[in-house]
Design a protein around this ligand. Structure first.
Ligand code: ACO
Length: 435
C-alpha cells in the first residue's frame, strides 16, 4: 500500500484546504486516506452504507464488478472451482497460499479431527422449539461454542486464533446438520472422519440410524462447489459485522455468531431462498407461458416485484459464480435424471429473456450466484429453510480469515463510526407533573 499522489479538499466557507494522501492498492480503485480529517478540521465524513468507504485494507479477496471477476488470494474463482476442493480453498483463504500435498493432508486431518461438538451441545439444542428457524439455532449454537473452549479465547494469541479457526470450520457442518435433524425430528448423526468434508456433511444430513447414506461423488462435488463459491466475498455486510464485532477484542466464536446473525437478513444470505420461491410461484401460476407477464410486472416501478437472483451491488456484469453454478446445475440435474426439471427450464428461459431486455441491459442487471444455487440445493434434497445456514457454513472460513487478518494488522483499532447528529440539542428534564 503506497501513497501515489495527494487529494486536496477545499471548503467554500473560507476554511483552509487540506491535502490527503491517495493510497494505491495492488489493483482496484485508489483510496483517499482521510483518517486525519477530524483532527485537522473537526469535521467527519458522511457515507451511510459505506458507498465510498474502504473500512480496512485486505489482501484476501478481490472483486472487479465491471469485469465480473472474483479472485481469492489472486486466483480466479473459475480456476479454484474447477481445480480445488473446499478445504484447499479454506487453506488458501486462511494462509494466503495454496497448500502443497503434505500441507493439504495435514490441514484435512486437523479439520477432520475437530468435527465433533461437545455432547452438552445436545442439551442446548433441545432448548429450542422444533420449529425454530435453523439460523436462529445456528446463531445461538455458534455463540455457545465460546462457553466450551476456554482454552482458545485469547484473540491476541496467534495459536489460539488458529485453533479457533480449525474448530469453527470443522464444527459448522455438524451444527448445521444438528439444526436440520432437530427440525426433522430425527436423531443427530455423528461425524465420520474418514469421509471428505462435504461427504461427511451430506451423510450427517441424510443418513439415519436405520439407513446409511450412499455417497454420490457428483452430488458431493456440487455441494463442495457451492461451499467454494460462497467462501468469501470481501467486505460484505456479514464480514464487516465480524470485523467490527471482533475489533472490540471479543472471542472468535462470538464474532462469527454476529456474522451468522447478519447473514440471516433477506437482503444478504436470504436471497437464494427468495429466488427459488419466485421460480416456484411463476411455475404455479402458468410457468414459461407467464414469463412475459412476470417481466412486465418486474419492470413496473409500482409493482414492487423484483427479479430475484438478478442484480448485485458490486457486479455490473455476469456474476462469475452464477456461471459456475449454472454448470453445476446441469451436472446435478443430469446425475439425478432431472434434465427436464421444469424449474431449471423456467430459470433458463427467464434468464434468456431478461438478458436481452432493454430494462435489464441498460441497468447492467445480470444473474447473481443465487439465481441457480436454490435449484441445485433443492435437487440435492436440502430444504429451503436451510439454504442460508449452508451459506453460513461456507462463509465461516471467509469470516475467520478476515477477522484474523484484522487482528494481525498493526493499525487495528476498535471500530467506532461517528455520526451526523440530527436530534434535540441540550435541554432540561421537567419534573413529571409538569410534562
Ligand atoms: N429486478 C428488477 N429491477 C432491479 C433489480 C431486480 N432484481 N435489481 C435492481 N433493479 C433496478 C432497480 O429498480 C433500479 O432501477 P432504477 O434505476 O430504474 O430505479 C436499478 O436496477 C438499480 O437498482 P438498485 O436497487 O439501486 O441497486 P443496488 O446495487 O442497490 O441493489 C440488489 C443490488 C439489492 C442485489 C438488487 O439488484 C436486488 O434487489 N436484486 C434482487 C435480490 C437478489 O438477488 N439479491 C442477491 C444479491 S447476491 C448475494 O447476496 C449473494
Amino acid at each position: 500500500m503506497t501513497a501515489s499522489s495527494t487529494a486536496t479538499l477545499s471548503f467554500s466557507d473560507g476554511s483552509p484546504s487540506i491535502e490527503f494522501p491517495v493510497l494505491k492498492g495492488t489493483v482496484g480503485p485508489d483510496v483517499v486516506d482521510i483518517k486525519t480529517l477530524y483532527g485537522k478540521t473537526g469535521k467527519f465524513t458522511y457515507d451511510p452504507g459505506f458507498m465510498s468507504t474502504a473500512a480496512c485494507r485486505s489482501a484476501i479477496t478481490y472483486i472487479d464488478g465491471d469485469k465480473g471477476e472474483l479472485l481469492y488470494r489472486g486466483y480466479p474463482i473459475e480456476q479454484i472451482a474447477t481445480n480445488c476442493d473446499y478445504l484447499e480453498t479454506c487453506y488458501l483463504l486462511l494462509n494466503g497460499e495454496m497448500p502443497n500435498a503434505a500441507q493439504k493432508d495435514a490441514f484435512v486431518s486437523n479439520v477432520s479431527h475437530h468435527t465433533m461438538v461437545h455432547e452438552q451441545m445436545q442439551f442446548f439444542l433441545r432448548g429450542f422449539r422444533r420449529d425454530a428457524h435453523p439460523m436462529a439455532i445456528l446463531t445461538g449454537m455458534v455463540g455457545a461454542l465460546s462457553a466450551f473452549y476456554h482454552d482458545t479465547l485469547d484473540i491476541n494469541n496467534a495459536e489460539h486464533r488458529h485453533i479457533a479457526a480449525i474448530r469453527l470450520i470443522a464444527k459448522m457442518p455438524t451444527l448445521v446438520s444438528m439444526a436440520y435433524k432437530y427440525s426433522a425430528g430425527q436423531p443427530m448423526i455423528y461425524p465420520k472422519n474418514d469421509l471428505s468434508y462435504t461427504a461427511n456433511f451430506m451423510r450427517m444430513m441424510f443418513a439415519t440410524p436405520c439407513e446409511e447414506y450412499q455417497v454420490n461423488d457428483v452430488l458431493v462435488r456440487a455441494l463442495d462447489r457451492i461451499f467454494i463459491l460462497h467462501a468469501d466475498h470481501e467486505q460484505n455486510a456479514s464480514t464487516s459485522t465480524v470485523r467490527l464485532c471482533g475489533s472490540s477484542g471479543t472471542n472468535p466464536y462470538a464474532a462469527i455468531a454476529a456474522g451468522v446473525a447478519c447473514l440471516w437478513g433477506p437482503a444478504h444470505g436470504g436471497a437464494n431462498e427468495a429466488a427459488l420461491s419466485m421460480l416456484l410461484d411463476i411455475q404455479k401460476n402458468g410457468g414459461v407461458e407467464k414469463i412475459g407477464e412476470f417481466i412486465t410486472a418486474v419492470k413496473d416501478k409500482n409493482s414492487n416485484v423484483r427479479l430475484m437472483g438478478f442484480g448485485h451491488r458490486v457486479y455490473k456484469n455476469y456474476d462469475p459464480r452464477a456461471k459456475l453454478m449454472r454448470e453445476t446445475c446441469y451436472e446435478v440435474l443430469g446425475e439425478l435424471g432431472l434434465q427436464n426439471d421444469p424449474l431449471f427450464k423456467l430459470a433458463m428461459e427467464l434468464e434468456k429473456i431478461a438478458l436481452s431486455d432493454e430494462y435489464f441491459v441498460s441497468r447492467k442487471l445480470y444473474p447473481n450466484v443465487d439465481f441457480y444455487s436454490g435449484i441445485v440445493q433443492r435437487a440435492l434434497g436440502i430444504p429451503t429453510s436451510l439454504f442460508t445456514a449452508i451459506f453460513a457454513l461456507a462463509r465461516t472460513v471467509g469470516w475467520i480469515a478476515q477477522l484474523n487478518e484484522m487482528l494481525a494488522d498493526p493499525d487495528q483499532k476498535i471500530g467506532r463510526p461517528r455520526q451526523l447528529f440530527t436530534g434535540a440539542t441540550a435541554r432540561d428534564v421537567m419534573p413529571l407533573h409538569q410534562r
